[in-house]
Design a protein around this ligand. Structure first.
Ligand SMILES: NC(=O)c1ccc[n+]([C@@H]2O[C@H](COP(=O)([O-])OP(=O)(O)OC[C@H]3O[C@@H](n4cnc5c(N)ncnc54)[C@H](O)[C@@H]3O)[C@@H](O)[C@H]2O)c1
Length: 402
C-alpha cells in the first residue's frame, strides 16, 4: 500500500456506521452493507440506529453501497458484521463466514483487514483468515495482513462516544504499524496496541462477561430483598459507603452483547473440557429477570384490582434506555407475555422504528384511557410525560425497579 489509504467498512450497523462516519472525515471511505434496505435508508439519511441525523452529508467522496464490486477500490477493510447465537446458544459465525468469503474475492497484495465483531478467542486467525486465504489464494502476513480491534461502543451513551473510548488494536506485522495507526487514530484518540489477536479477542468477551456477572449478582440480591421486603435502595446506599463496593444496578439485560458473549466464551471452554459454571450462572440469573418482573407486574395488577378487560400500557420496549434496539430485549418479552394474560395491553416506545405490531401505539396523550401504566424502560424522552403519568395514575403506576 504505497499510495492512498482507501478504507472500506463492511457491515453498517450500530458498530460499523460510527466507524465509517469517523473515517469518511479523513479518507474516501466505502460503506458496504449487504442489506439493500439499510443502504437505501442511509442514502436517504434515515438511520434506525439513531447514529446519523437528517442533515448529515458525506465527505471526501465517500459513499454507501450494497454492491460488493466497490470493495475492489479499497485497501483497508474493517469488518463489523453480527455475531449472534443460535437458539441452542451456540455461536453463529455465518455472517463472518459470508463477509470473509465476499471480501476474499476482492483482496489484493498488501491489503489490510481488521475484524471488529465480537468473537471467542481464535476466530479471526483460525476461522476467518483461512476463508480469506482460500478465496483469494493469497497468504496472511505475506500477501495481506489481518488484525483485530474489539469494539467498545455504547449505543445511547452521549458521553462515551467512539472517539473518546480507548480502543485496543491488535496486529502482528510491525511493518504495517504506520498505516494502521493512521486509520485507527482517526477512529479513536486513545489506542492500546498489542501484537496478539487472541488476547484482544479474549479481552473483549471477558469485559462483557464481567459486566453480565456483576449485574446478575445485584439482580439476585434485588430479588432476595424484594421477597423479604428489605429496602434495597437503602441497602445499596449503605453498602456504597465502603470504598471497594461496586455500584451496579439491577435491571433487564438484553442487546447484542451481554446476553450473547458469555455463550461464545463458554462454548470454547466446553470444547476444551472446561465448564464455565460461574459465567453461565450469570446468564441464568439475568435471563430469569423476565419471569421475575412479569410476576411482579401481575401481583401489582392484582393488588390494584385491575382485571383482564382493563387497558394496560407498558412504556419502553427496547433492551435498554435511549436506544432503538430490540435485540434480545427482555422488556419486549415481558410485554408480549403480559399481553397474553391481559389482552388489552399496549406498549409505547417512540424510539422503536423497525417493529410493526398493532399493540405499539404512537402517542399516549390520552393517559386516562389506561387503567394501569408500567414503566419497563426509562428513556430520557419519557421525562415530561412521566410527570403527568405519575400525577394522574398515582397508585396505578409501576416503575419496575423502583
Ligand atoms: N451493538 C453494540 O453495542 C456492539 C458493541 C460492541 C461490539 N459489538 C459487536 O459488533 C458486531 C456488530 O454488531 P452491530 O450491533 O453493529 O450489528 P448490526 O446488526 O447493528 O449491524 C450489522 C450490519 O452488518 C450487515 N451485514 C451482515 N452481513 C453482512 C455481510 N456479509 N456483508 C456486509 N454487511 C453485512 C447487516 O446488514 C447489518 O446492517 C457484533 O459482533 C457485535 O457483537 C456490538
Amino acid at each position: 500500500m504505497k499510495n492512498r489509504i482507501l478504507p472500506c467498512v463492511i457491515g453498517l450497523g450500530y458498530v460499523g456506521l460510527p466507524i465509517f462516519l469517523r473515517l469518511q472525515k479523513k479518507f474516501k471511505t466505502v460503506g458496504f452493507d449487504i442489506s439493500y434496505n439499510r443502504i437505501n435508508q442511509l442514502n436517504s439519511n434515515i438511520d434506525i440506529t439513531n447514529t446519523i441525523d437528517k442533515y448529515f452529508k458525506l465527505r471526501n467522496r465517500s459513499f454507501f453501497t450494497n454492491k460488493s464490486k466497490y470493495l475492489a477500490q479499497c485497501n483497508f477493510f474493517i469488518i463489523a458484521v453480527p455475531t449472534p447465537i443460535y437458539s441452542n446458544r451456540i455461536p453463529n459465525l455465518e455472517y463472518l463466514n459470508k463477509a470473509s468469503t465476499i471480501l476474499g474475492g476482492y483482496i489484493k497484495k498488501d491489503d489490510i483487514i481488521f475484524f471488529e465483531s465480537t468473537v471467542f478467542p481464535g476466530v479471526t486467525k483460525k476461522y476467518c483468515v483461512p476463508i480469506l486465504e482460500k478465496k483469494s489464494k493469497l497468504k496472511n502476513n505475506i500477501d495481506f495482513y489481518t488484525g483485530y480491534s474489539p469494539e467498545r461502543i455504547n449505543p445511547g451513551d452521549k458521553n462515551h462516544t467512539i472517539d473518546k473510548i480507548s480502543k485496543i488494536v491488535a496486529f502482528e506485522k510491525n511493518s504495517k504499524k504506520k498505516i494502521i495507526l493512521n486509520v485507527y487514530k482517526c477512529i479513536s484518540h486513545s489506542l492500546i496496541l498489542t501484537n496478539n489477536l487472541e488476547d484482544a479477542e479474549t479481552s473483549k468477551v471477558i469485559e462483557n462477561i464481567q459486566r453480565d456477572l456483576n449485574i446478575a449478582l445485584i439482580n439476585e440480591i434485588y430479588k432476595v430483598c424484594d421477597k423479604l421486603k428489605i429496602n434495597f435502595k437503602n441497602v445499596i446506599k449503605l453498602a456504597k459507603t465502603k470504598w471497594n463496593f461496586l455500584n451496579f444496578k439491577p435491571g433487564l439485560v438484553g442487546g447484542h452483547c451481554l446476553p450473547v458473549d458469555p455463550y461464545y466464551f463458554s462454548y470454547l471452554a466446553k470444547k476444551n473440557n472446561i465448564q464455565t459454571k460461574v459465567i453461565l450462572a450469570g446468564r441464568y440469573t439475568n435471563n430469569s429477570m423476565a419471569k421475575f418482573v412479569i410476576n411482579k407486574v401481575i401481583n401489582f395488577l392484582n393488588n390494584q384490582q385491575i382485571n383482564k378487560k382493563d387497558n394496560i400500557l407498558c412504556m419502553g420496549l427496547t433492551y435498554k434506555e435511549n436506544v432503538p434496539d430490540l435485540r434480545n430485549s427482555l422488556a419486549l418479552k415481558i410485554f408480549l407475555k403480559l399481553k397474553k394474560k391481559y389482552p388489552n395491553s399496549y406498549s409505547y416506545d417512540p424510539l422503536v422504528k423497525d417493529f410493526k405490531n398493532n399493540e405499539i401505539i404512537t402517542n399516549i396523550e390520552n393517559i386516562k384511557k389506561f387503567k394501569a401504566i408500567i414503566l419497563l424502560v426509562n428513556h430520557n424522552c419519557f421525562k415530561k410525560i412521566l410527570i403527568k403519568v405519575k400525577k394522574i395514575k398515582k397508585n396505578n403506576f409501576l416503575n419496575i425497579f423502583q
